[in-house]
Unconditional design. Structure first.
Length: 415
């Protein structure tokens, strides 16, 4: 019987376990947590946004779009839906964002666990892999007191994002030990920090905005949605979506800034007319009063300060220059970015095992036969919206299925 070792009982490791076991392999999952799928449980605020109907490549990022596309062609959305159907997980569709009908991430982890147990997968919990190696064509995974042995080994140990869920970055160490290149992992889907002293005062605000992220004059990414203002800077889904581009630039020592358009409901060509009209009908008001009904007070104060206009200045007395300055403060609210939050606050990492060294259709190492990769350990990261879990299902399934094709087996021997 073909025997497969999997390091990591997260989303990708569990998908790999089910896939390898269904393909006829004898499988052991080595997981250092007391439970499987700890990160899976916190996804989607505990509801698990497990994939998305829109599978265009633009939602995936990483060193090689071709690698990602080939993998998604081999196991994509329809195969994922079939997988969950076969596991008994009914899907709830929220505008294309797909969740388990139960709205509980735990039911996804449970369905995978039940299927793995049905196929007699060994789920070795509290089992910390400390070292891996290959001897005489077989893989050894050393844990305190035991060495597991298999014909194939799947590295599904995650990244270093949210380390409290178990992904402490040890997978990268194992990949390097096997001769693989690891592109430096950096936090992604993460909050952005700013030295701007206005932020402590803006703390707690949530505002709809168009977010544009620039490195010097180069526009790198854009998104729209609810931005959250925090004591240290910016958070919220649209900030998460653009963050990895900023993080990479900061890492190279480049300047990064975010421009917020706080009037995103207007088309560019409508903005000036909207503003003129607002000033015309508010001609009896002060500058501060003019912004009432449009922005929260804390933001209005900040915008006036940025435009250099005092709150009691009559709107009727605005010069063209003042009108322009206030409009520009609203539509081009510039935020200098100095850093991002750390791995502990990031949902995923960008970077990881260089995909040029991995077969996109099987997830097998191109340099070490029988070694496979699955999930976030690879240099692939997705946007918010179910894309990171889709990547875990895709890569996990392919790795599991193809690793089962390698003949031979797992034995467990005392050291
Ligand atoms: C708060 C939060 C919310 C998220 N929400 C979503 C969402 O709604 N939709 C979405 O698509 N994505 C979401 N993500 C991202 C998604 O959860 C991850 O991309 C995905 O779980 C990665 O799966 P993985 O199997 O690669 O890694 P992990 O799930 O991290 O699994 C790796 C496993 O390996 C184990 N391990 C590591 N090292 C060792 C070792 N040396 N020995 C033994 N075991 C080891 C770890 O304990 C862990 O269980 C979210 C992430 C976070 C943090």
């Amino acid at each position: 019987m073909r025997r497969v070792l999997i390091i990591g009982g997260g989303a990708s490791g569990l998908a790999a376990a089910v896939s390898a076991a269904r393909a006829g392999a004898k499988v052991a999952v080595l997981e250092h947590n007391r439970q499987i799928g700890k990160k899976l449980l916190v996804t989607g605020n505990g509801r698990c946004n497990l994939t998305n109907r829109d599978q265009s490549l633009s939602h995936y990022r990483g060193g090689s779009p071709e690698f990602i596309q080939k993998a998604l062609n081999a196991f994509g959305l329809s195969e994922t839906l079939e997988l969950f159907h076969s596991l008994g997980v009914v899907i709830r569709d929220r505008d294309g964002y797909l969740y388990p009908y139960s709205d509980q991430a735990s039911s996804v982890a449970e369905a995978l666990r039940m299927e793995a147990e049905h196929y007699r997968v060994k789920l070795a919990l509290n089992t910390e892999v400390q070292r891996i190696c290959r001897e005489n064509g077989r893989y050894l995974a050393e844990t305190p007191g035991w060495t597991y042995e298999g014909d194939a080994l799947i590295l599904a140990a995650g990244s270093c994002a949210a380390p409290e869920t178990g992904s402490d970055g040890s997978g990268y160490r194992f990949a390097r030990a096997m001769g693989h290149t690891v592109i430096e992992p950096l936090p992604a889907l993460v909050q952005l920090r700013s030295p701007d002293p206005a932020f402590p005062k803006l703390k707690g605000l949530r505002m709809e905005a168009r977010v544009s992220l620039f490195s010097k004059e180069r526009l790198l990414a854009e998104d729209r949605g609810e931005v959250q203002f925090t004591e240290y800077g910016l958070s919220g889904i649209p900030i998460f979506q653009v963050s990895r581009y900023g993080v990479k630039e900061l890492h190279k020592g480049r300047e990064v800034r975010v421009i917020l358009n706080l009037l995103p409901f207007l088309k560019e060509e409508e903005t000036e007319a909207f503003w003129e009209e607002r000033i015309r009908i508010g001609s009896g008001k002060s500058a501060g009063q003019l912004l009432v009904g449009l922005f929260p007070k804390k933001m209005a104060d900040c915008l006036l300060k940025r435009a250099g206009i005092s709150a009691d200045r009559p709107a009727a007395a605005f010069t063209d220059c003042e009108k322009k300055a206030l409009l520009s403060a609203c539509t081009a609210f510039e935020v200098k970015i100095s850093a991002c939050n750390g791995f502990d606050r990031a949902q995923v990492c960008c970077g990881g095992v260089d995909t040029r060294e991995v077969n996109p259709e099987t997830m097998e190492s191109l340099q070490m036969p029988g070694l496979y990769f699955a999930g976030e350990i690879l240099d692939v990261d997705g946007a918010c919206g179910g894309y990171n879990l889709q990547w875990a299902w895709t890569s996990g399934w392919l790795a599991g299925y193809h690793s089962a094709e390698t003949p031979r087996g797992i034995v467990m021997c005392e050291q």
